[in-house]
Design a protein. Structure first.
Length: 217
């Protein structure tokens, strides 16, 4: 069965209220069979919690997603599902591509805010764990990754691992047109939003979904 995944690492701007929002959106806009999970270092009985175990800081905890066997669809907590996405998910459930992701609008590389995989990608997780000392030596200690002098995030690790592995990848916008769009870049901060066309809107930086009044959150 399809797994819908999100991650809530404590200590940042997110909490279980944001997880609840994503879960409610899925319940409204997905009718095909799926099960919802949240990876977290905290517990809440409302959700199917998968415990984070590796003490990655901040957004790097997303690397633990790849311990989970596909089919999986991952969404960042600053995402809004605006309409039914059954056809999107059904399409990717039939895909033979190993990993489908956002295209980072600045680097033109993998963006990890939304990801889909059908198979076993645990080697991504294992490589990240085995290379952790190298990443820390390059970018700083595990306590200050997010404040390192070199801009750095889980996407940099993911891009490095995927580029060296024998994995097939693609971007959502190459296959889905305008179904999945950036609030800031594609929609010009929401000015171009059309609910009939734009089914998943992802945010990065400010404004957050709860700090705008154009798209119902």
């Amino acid at each position: 069965m399809l797994k819908i995944l999100t991650v809530m690492k404590s200590g940042g701007i997110y909490n279980f209220d944001h997880v609840s929002k994503i879960k409610e959106q899925c319940e409204r806009h997905i009718t095909i069979p799926y099960k919802f999970y949240c990876l977290s270092d905290k517990f809440d009985e409302q959700f199917n919690i998968i415990s984070l175990t590796d003490n990655w800081p901040s957004w790097f905890s997303k690397l633990e997603l790849f311990k989970i066997m596909g089919p999986c669809f991952y969404l960042d907590l600053d995402t809004i599902i605006t309409n039914n996405i059954d056809t999107i998910l059904e399409k990717y459930l039939k895909s033979s591509t190993d990993l489908i992701t956002l295209r980072d609008k600045l680097s033109n590389k993998i963006g990890s805010g939304l990801m889909f995989w059908n198979n076993d990608l645990e080697d991504i997780y294992k490589t990240a764990i085995n290379s952790r000392n190298m990443f820390e030596a390059k970018y700083g200690t595990r306590k200050n990754y997010a404040r390192a002098s070199v801009p750095f995030g889980d996407q940099e690790i993911l891009n490095q691992i995927v580029s060296q592995a024998n994995l097939t990848t693609s971007f959502f916008d190459d296959q889905n047109g305008k179904d999945i769009v950036s609030f800031k870049f594609d929609l010009q901060n929401g000015k171009l939003f059309n609910q009939d066309i734009h089914k998943i809107v992802f945010f990065h930086g400010n404004p957050r979904p709860w700090n705008q009044n154009i798209i119902i959150y």
